[in-house]
Design a protein around this ligand. Structure first.
Ligand code: GRF
Length: 325
């Protein structure tokens, strides 16, 4: 089986969602494993459970209320704990703090959260009470990607839960929690699997490549590739590559300055770069994209650099002018 994606879970309390993620990860074929449980409450019962199950636990002291320095230190320590545990993805599970923007940027597209409402309804707290007061017929839960704005990132999955006559916030919360436990592990498994799915990776590469001026997709030797310039006289600046010639990599090939730079990159960062068959000889390096921690801004920079190396001057000037703003 392919290596499993390493996940850190952050909690503040009971940690029943964390437990659901952990036990689901024991099933054969589950594409993720839990490598760390941490959070903002060193006494959270969920931490004891995780430790008893043999999962690494980092107990951090609560940041001092209204002390910006202590808060910054806390989040730096939390991020370091996740990095040191080798985590590639973070799952928030009843973690009751808002992550600072710098934290979210560092882990961009790699933090998921579960929220006990059908987002975009009822962001924030007291979701069950608010659903009851609004007279809703259904409540539910949502797994979403975390962005700096609270409870607003892309929705990955939702489960509806019927509201029963006589429901209180507590009785409803209990049933929603059952749905949460089912939904979260499935959504997390789908999300991390998608990161290895060539079709999904291609869609992201195409989005970035085709956002550059005067570009189009054109197959080259049976693989998708991207050109700059006119349909007639365009030049290739990126080749998409799926496990080509026995390699394990799904990636995109971009142009380096030549063999020296290529070998340097592949030697110094073998997780990020590979030397492709055939194309390597002319200085094309492969960016490994079937891994959970791809930095897509970095991919965009490489695509632009590769585009610049073959684009006609009239187009590079255009981009220079646009970059001024
Ligand atoms: C869950 O309802 C979660 O959606 C919410 O807080 C609760 C945490 O419960 N944000 P647990 O700690 O996972 O048991």
């Amino acid at each position: 089986m392919a290596e499993r994606v390493k996940v850190a879970v952050f909690i503040s309390g009971t940690g029943s969602n964390m437990a659901a993620l952990l036990y689901a990860s024991k099933a054969e074929g589950c594409p993720y494993e839990i490598v760390l449980v941490s959070g903002d409450n060193p006494e959270a019962p969920g931490l004891d459970l995780a430790a008893a199950e043999g999962v690494a636990v980092t107990r951090l002291a609560k940041p001092k209320p209204k002390d910006a320095g202590s808060k910054a230190e806390f989040f730096a320590a939390l991020s370091a704990a996740a990095r040191n545990a080798g985590a590639q993805v973070i799952a928030l599970a009843g973690f009751m703090r808002i992550l600072p923007a710098s934290f979210v940027e560092e882990w961009q597209d790699r933090i998921l959260n579960i929220h006990p409402s059908l987002l975009p309804k009822y962001k924030g707290l007291h979701t069950h009470q608010r659903a009851l007061e609004a007279g809703d017929a259904v409540a539910g839960c949502t797994v979403h990607v975390v962005t700096p704005e609270l409870d607003s990132g892309a929705v990955l999955g939702q489960t509806e839960v019927a509201i029963l006559p006589g429901d209180t916030a507590d009785t409803l919360a209990r049933r929603v929690l059952i749905a949460e436990h089912q939904l979260y592990s499935r959504a997390l498994a789908d999300y991390v699997s998608r990161q290895n799915d060539p079709e999904h990776i291609y869609t992201r590469v195409a989005e970035l490549a085709l956002a550059l001026p005067e570009t189009h997709a054109r197959d080259s030797h049976g693989s998708p590739a991207f050109r700059v310039g006119t349909e007639k006289s365009g030049k290739f600046f990126a080749h998409f590559s799926v496990k080509h010639h026995g390699s394990d990599h799904v990636g995109v090939l971009v142009k380096t300055s030549g063999m020296d730079e290529l070998l340097d990159l592949v030697e110094s960062q073998p997780d990020v770069y590979f030397k492709p068959a055939y194309y390597g000889a002319s200085g094309w390096v492969g960016l490994v994209l079937n891994r959970a921690d791809v930095d897509w801004d970095h991919v965009a920079e490489w695509l632009e650099r590769s585009w610049r190396s073959v684009a006609p001057a009239r187009l590079t000037k255009l981009l220079d002018a646009a970059d001024q703003f």
